[in-house]
Design a protein around this ligand. Structure first.
Ligand SMILES: Cc1cc2nc3c(=O)[nH]c(=O)nc-3n(C[C@H](O)[C@H](O)[C@H](O)COP(=O)(O)OP(=O)(O)OC[C@H]3O[C@@H](n4cnc5c(N)ncnc54)[C@H](O)[C@@H]3O)c2cc1C
Length: 478
């Protein structure tokens, strides 16, 4: 890092001037791993998945130990710097970037240690899903994680975390055993059911608000190495039939089966017949982790004449990454999502009508299949709540940065999201919320848990140091 005095964004819209000496201190706290624009590694350190996020920090520090994180949090607090924590950089709202401020890029803390006997893994906050899936699958084990391998484990888990295994084992946070966390006062704490239980409760769904998690210990399950999965798709003209079949099969599916339903334009991929490229289809992304695939997949097989059918035996790590290329980094993304307890006729009809009118080539309108174990715990078992969710809907738009119809596309997503949300539980997933969704929306996401969450936030972060996230303000703040 070139040492020279610098103005940074501070808390509460203030500007903070760091002297040369301050910057030398900052650099020493991170073992010299502090980056400024133009430095080697800067571009990667500030890159985020959503190309629509144009803000950039002034400085990035790349700690490698919890003690360094604690010292850096202390530095940010003392100097009243706007601070953000970057895991995998995948939050659609770009919450890992403190505009003009300081980012702690956790990518150097990327160790995974698996204990195959205890069936646990200790995961560093810089790990991506693929790091954990690769390490755990060596032992025929898996953690509850999402289904795109470049997403960060910390960001995903701390907001709840859902994936193909959620129906069997609940939210990712239902499988979180403990965390090590640096709180706003600079203390390195252990939070678990038997130590700092309030903090642990809040971390399980709103973790980004409570501190910097420097280690996650998660429960593993026997999964794979071979499962049954893949994509299967039918003409959109059959949407009525396919949507209703989806509702029927997901309402009776064993927990080992998770099926995402997506109304999309077929991509120009080699596995899609050329005559179908760009045409509307009803697609299902399937993952079955049980031992009776023929029986479990029969309702899908009964839907004859698919235009694409890739469902078959596949390594679990393959299922966890086959959607990776469908949403490449750097494109512009805008999503609206909501939870649903049921798929009513009206919801299915509205979805079909909306997608029939959709002109965004990179749009997706669909449902992620939840339910199962997620529904079995009490609402207040962790801050995450939403124990009535059986599906998450998404009206998702993707377009190139120079797309001339971007404004119109964005409006389609908003309108579609609003119509679909009106047929949901009224709440949405914090990990999928966009930057224009306000604090009320965040609080609403936690339902009856919001009140306790605000009190815990007040206890651990009264100055709202951790605000670059889906923010819960402490009771006393602003
Ligand atoms: C293509 C794509 C696919 C996705 N698939 C799924 C899915 O299958 N299941 C699912 O549940 N979600 C999914 N998500 C949503 C994802 O869970 C969130 O975007 C999540 O926030 C990403 O975590 P990250 O570490 O990559 O993001 P970042 O943007 O780096 O971080 C997200 C938030 O977490 C905070 N944070 C990160 N690390 C820490 C830490 N160590 N301590 C405290 N706070 C921290 C950041 O400050 C930020 O507010 C997907 C997102 C994308 C873009």
């Amino acid at each position: 890092m070139t040492i020279t005095a610098l103005e940074l964004a501070g808390l509460d819209d203030a500007t903070v001037r760091l002297t040369d000496a301050d910057l030398r201190t900052l650099s020493a706290l991170a073992d010299g791993r502090v980056l400024r624009p133009g430095d080697d590694g800067w571009a990667g350190a500030v890159a985020v998945w959503n190309g629509m996020v144009s803000t950039r920090p002034a400085v990035v520090a790349q700690p490698s130990t919890s003690q360094q994180v604690a010292a850096l949090v202390g530095f940010a607090r003392t100097h009243r710097l706007l601070l953000a924590i970057k895991g995998g950089g995948h939050h659609i709202a770009g919450t890992s970037i403190a505009a003009g401020g300081l980012v702690l890029d956790m990518s150097r803390m990327d160790e995974v240690t698996v204990d195959p006997v205890a069936r646990t893994a200790v995961v560093g906050p810089g790990c991506l899903l693929r790091d954990v899936d690769a390490a755990t699958q060596e032992h025929g084990l898996a953690a509850v994680l999402g289904f795109v391998s470049g997403v960060g484990v910390a960001g995903l888990t701390l907001g709840g975390g859902l994936g193909y295994l959620t129906r069997r084992f609940g939210w990712a946070v239902d499988n979180l055993l403990e965390v090590e966390i640096v709180t706003a006062d600079g203390q390195v704490r252990r939070a678990a059911a038997d130590e700092n239980p309030d903090l642990f409760w809040a971390v399980r769904g709103a973790g980004a608000n409570l501190g910097v998690v420097t280690r996650l210990t998660v429960r593993l399950h026997e999964v794979g190495p071979l499962v049954h999965g893949g994509l299967v798709a039918w003409p959109f003209e059959r949407a009525d039939e396919i949507l209703r079949a989806y509702r029927a099969l997901t309402s009776e599916a064993p927990r080992e089966l998770a099926v995402w339903l997506m109304l999309i334009h077929a991509p120009p991929e080699p596995f899609v017949p050329p005559s179908w490229h760009g045409r509307k289809v009803c697609a299902m992304a399937v993952c079955y982790t049980g031992s009776a695939p023929d029986e479990a997949l029969a309702p899908i097989r009964a839907l004859r004449d698919p235009v694409v059918d890739l469902v078959g035996p596949v390594p679990y790590t393959g299922v966890q990454s086959y959607l990776d290329d469908s949403e490449p980094a750097g494109m512009h993304y805008y999503w609206k999502t909501s939870y649903h307890a049921t798929l009513s006729d009206e919801l299915l009809d509205v979805s079909r009508e909306l997608f029939a009118q959709c002109e965004i080539p990179g749009a997706e309108l669909g449902f992620l299949h939840l339910g199962g174990a997620l529904n079995e715990r009490a609402w207040d078992d962790g801050a995450v709540g939403n124990r009535d969710a059986r599906y998450v809907s998404g009206a998702n738009g993707m377009w190139a940065p120079d797309e001339p119809r971007a404004h119109e596309f964005r409006r389609w997503v908003s309108d579609a999201g609003r119509r679909i949300e009106a047929l949901g539980t009224g709440r949405s997933y914090v990990n999928f919320q966009t930057a224009d969704e306000g604090e009320d929306r965040v609080l609403d996401s936690y339902g009856p848990n919001a009140d306790r969450l605000q009190r815990i936030k007040e206890a651990y972060d009264p100055g709202n140091l951790f605000r670059c996230n889906r923010n819960i303000r402490p009771r006393t703040h602003g």
